[in-house]
Design a protein around this ligand. Structure first.
Ligand code: ATP
Ligand code: MG
Length: 205
């Protein structure tokens, strides 16, 4: 008798990744382990609708950094879906496209930090979002992790080793000449040094 294969489980880690840092990578790795995911797809946003386009690094740089940071992990992939999509980026479009791509059988897990989970209720088409994927919230220093107000059974909270790292702080450190070694993967330090990203006077556009 052949054992029935369990449905494929795919994590989706959306983010601006400007730059990607170890907080993102630990969250993805912990959730992959906790939910026995087959893979995690990192999806760098094209043009995040909540952020000022002039303030965000070109999508191609953020995409490349995400590839560099995840290249060594056989479970991690990067999608160009949002980078290549015209117009502002909405998570609902990404989840619909993922669902179309993977088919109805696959279990989708959308991974977020506590801050992003808290913001979800203000997102467009919340009900459809929760039908398309199971949401996973991870603790993040400085943010309260709670599923209050979110529908029962649609969201899981996962405790991960807390890393007080943000992309905003990494950008500020580079601007001030402070080190970002060990906050981001080594390849990301080198990519930022090579390109001059986040230095004063370089406009992101
Ligand atoms: P920025 O400061 O530019 O907003 P960020 O560090 O918040 O950057 P994002 O790309 O905005 O990074 O976040 C992508 C996703 O990763 C979000 O769901 C966010 O909550 C989560 N995340 C980011 N940093 C951490 C962290 N240190 N621990 C847990 N989750 C995190
Ligand atoms: Mg953020």
């Amino acid at each position: 008798m052949r054992l029935k294969a369990h449905p494929r489980r795919v994590g989706i880690m959306g983010g601006t990744f400007d730059p990607i840092h170890h907080g993102h990578l630990v969250a993805a790795s912990e959730v992959a382990h906790f939910f026995r995911l087959d893979e995690v797809v990192f999806v760098p946003t094209g043009r995040p609708y909540q952020k000022d386009p002039a303030e965000v690094t070109p999508a191609e740089d953020r995409y490349l950094m995400t590839v560099i940071a995840t290249a060594e992990n056989p479970q991690f992939r990067v999608s160009r879906m949002e980078v290549d999509r015209e117009g502002a980026t909405y998570t609902i479009d990404t989840l619909r496209e993922m669902r179309r791509f993977y088919g109805p059988e696959v279990e989708l897990f959308f991974i977020t930090g506590a801050d992003a989970l808290g913001a979800i209720l203000s997102w467009h088409n919340v009900d459809e979002l929760f039908d398309l994927a199971h949401f996973v919230g991870c603790n993040r220093p400085g943010h309260q992790l709670t599923d209050s107000g979110l529908p029962d059974g649609k969201v899981s909270l996962v405790e991960i080793p807390a890393l007080a790292i943000s992309s905003t702080e990494c950008r500020e450190r580079v601007r001030k000449g402070e080190p970002i070694w060990y906050l981001v993967p080594d390849g990301i330090v080198r990519y930022i040094n090579k390109t001059g990203l986040y230095l004063d006077g370089r406009s992101a556009g």
